[in-house]
Design a protein around this ligand. Structure first.
Ligand code: ZN
Length: 321
């Protein structure tokens, strides 16, 4: 199994601890989406259950345990994820029943005499009762159990749970590593650069942006912002268009575009959106924050058009300091 290069150091440390039989009872693997949390948790679970690990610490992929695992029937591998409801649709939370079943299962000894490995993903989607039930399990650690909690938003987990886990935090890699990884996926250097700028340096999100044609959407948003600044279109027209089609993504792009514009001006280059000079940078910083706040407001009862219009007015009208 190949993990992205920026996970190399995390992997070396984790696999060395596994080799010494010193993995902690619970690990919280967290960081933004797109950085490889799931790949890391999955590689660790496979390695922990494999009967003959390779020299680099990864699972062999061919022993009986590996075969059972890849068939989804290893008795000591316990994935906890969203389960389907009665109508077949996936739930959007992890329930207390799931965690109770998990506790019962963990109270039995392991079937193969090795470790029992649990992956709770996304851990921050446990509801309150589920989190309380898990806390009991975390308070009574068993030597043969490793619980991996995977989360994009660890702050949403109760502090009592976080404090009982060792935390592994994934961060954006060096730009060179991120670019190299994208190129290895068949992305050209220019597209990789543009997509990484669009995704604030997060390689997985950059690849998503390319695959979902988000780059086109970003160009559209930049065009609208330029049109507003030069009064070629009205804020109302743009607000309606943005509210009607992928509003959250557009606001994300709008924020990133402002950030890029500020970086551009800070480097003494001319602005690309009708802005001139470094004096605009504080406004762009304010806009970055405002676009992100507006994105959060989309989840509330407020009408998207109004949220957009409020924000776009501040872009349209030059504000005097
Ligand atoms: Zn194996």
């Amino acid at each position: 199994m190949t993990l992205p290069s920026w996970l190399g150091e995390h992997w070396r440390q984790l696999s060395a601890r596994l080799q010494r039989n010193e993995l902690p009872h619970a690990l919280l693997i967290c960081g933004d989406a797109g950085l490889g949390k799931r790949a890391l948790a999955s590689a660790l679970a496979k390695a922990a259950l494999c009967d003959s690990r390779l020299g680099d610490g990864h699972a062999c992929g061919i022993c009986r345990a590996c075969q059972l695992l890849s068939a989804g029937s290893h008795p000591d591998h316990v994935p906890i994820e969203f389960e389907p409801r009665d109508d077949g649709k996936l739930r959007s939370e992890i329930t207390v029943e799931q965690i109770r079943k998990l506790s019962q299962r963990l109270s039995l000894s392991t079937q193969y005499g090795g470790l029992q490995v649990v992956i709770i993903d996304p851990a921050d989607k446990m509801n309150t009762s589920a989190a309380n039930a898990l806390l009991k399990t975390l308070e009574e650690p068993s030597a043969s159990t490793v619980i991996l909690l995977v989360s994009d938003r660890p702050a949403r987990l109760p502090a009592t749970i976080r404090s009982r886990c060792q935390r592994i935090e994934l961060r954006n890699p060096e730009p060179g590593l991120a670019r190299g990884w994208l190129e290895a996926q068949g992305v050209t250097v220019e597209t990789a650069e543009a997509a990484l700028a669009c995704a604030l340096g997060n390689p997985g999100e950059a690849l998503n942006a390319i695959n979902s044609n988000a780059m086109g959407l970003r160009d559209e948003c930049a065009k609208d912002l330029l049109g507003l600044r030069t009064a070629r279109i009205s804020a109302l027209t743009v607000a309606e268009a943005w509210a009607g089609d992928r509003p959250a993504q557009r606001l994300w792009h709008a924020a990133v575009i402002a950030r890029d514009e500020a970086l551009h001006l800070a480097n003494g280059k001319p602005g690309r959106l009708g802005l001139t000079g470094a004096k605009e940078i504080p406004k762009l910083a304010a806009w970055f924050a405002a676009a992100n706040r507006s994105r959060e407001l989309l989840d509330t009862q407020l009408r998207s058009e109004l949220v957009m219009l409020d924000l776009l007015h501040t872009w349209q009208m030059p504000r005097r300091p």
